[in-house]
Design a protein around this ligand. Sequence first.
Ligand code: ATP
Ligand code: LTN
Length: 332
Amino acid sequence: MENRKILYSAIQPTNNLTIGNYIGAIKNWLDLQEQYDCYFAIANMHAITVRQNPAELRQRTLALLALYIACGIDPEKCVLYLQSHVSAHAELCWVLNTFTYVGEMERMTQFKDKSLRHADNINMGLMDYPVLMAADILLYGAEYVPVGEDQRQHLEIARDIAQRFNNALSPTFTVPEGLYMKVGAKINDLQDPSKKMSKSAENPNGSVFLTDDKDTIIRKFKRAVTDSGSEIRYDPQNKPGISNLLAIYSAFGGKTVEEAERYFAGTGYGDFKLAVGEAVADRICPVQAEQARILADREYLDGVLKSGAERAARKAGKTLSKVYKKIGFYQI
Ligand code: ATP
Ligand code: LTN
């Protein structure tokens, strides 16, 4: 459809995805694809900023694509593509690097965290990660970027870089806005509700993976850390454990947080945790079966990537050539 606003997001094909990635990212894309012109990428160029096993990276790329589709992201409605298939990402990143200060990259929270976790490999790519992310978004003229709370700082930098370029040369880039969900933009670790649930957490019991089977899911929820008292109430400050479980339940159980509070009034913590686990498993397990089915059809997946790359490259190429012109690169 003409004149729909453009929306962009991506996920890195690193580790197995958690229900945090599902709730904070993919789940929201399902509704958004009906209203916007969506570009959803697999950010494999971001993934190599920490060391990856090449065979695993290749396999996870296809698995993530199959997962997008199994969750209901429709390749007919959206452009699904692999970042490395569109060379404009690296090219625009280079230009944007010259509009980005070393000091502001050194201050990025994720860069500091990852530098601590990967102290033996603090490479330039890790530091440049937010600039590549800005290039992703700006190439497509995206107005909206749905991401989890942890990406807010990166989105702010993308806006700053866009404005800086527009001011220095002339209006070129759309300044993107982040879309953050009110509930679910930060799902926390089941064992330590003060930390975000992460793909790469040390304690696997704190993260529920989209690859976990039903028994594992139920076991992890049964062991989830709760709070003192016995009331099931959404109050992230005073009841971080229960509030996190309510946010998860609401995402999977088809109820708002308020409806879930009423529904579980008077229920004990044990039964509540079991109900959350069941709601998660009831949604995840069928997705796993569908993902496996899609993953077996390599020809179909390659077709989706090929058509996605063509559509993405067309759009990105136009932006890049505008940028090259403005910056003074002689064109023939
Ligand atoms: P890692 O945990 O290893 O740093 P990640 O889980 O953040 O990786 P990404 O590919 O970087 O994985 O993130 C994909 C999307 O999922 C982003 O939009 C991110 O904001 C969102 N996301 C990640 N973790 C959570 C979470 N715990 N709650 C809500 N959204 C999340
Ligand atoms: N860094 C993001 C993944 C990502 C992204 C993007 C998200 C790469 N490029 C562009 C939104 C827009 C993350 O979620 N960790």
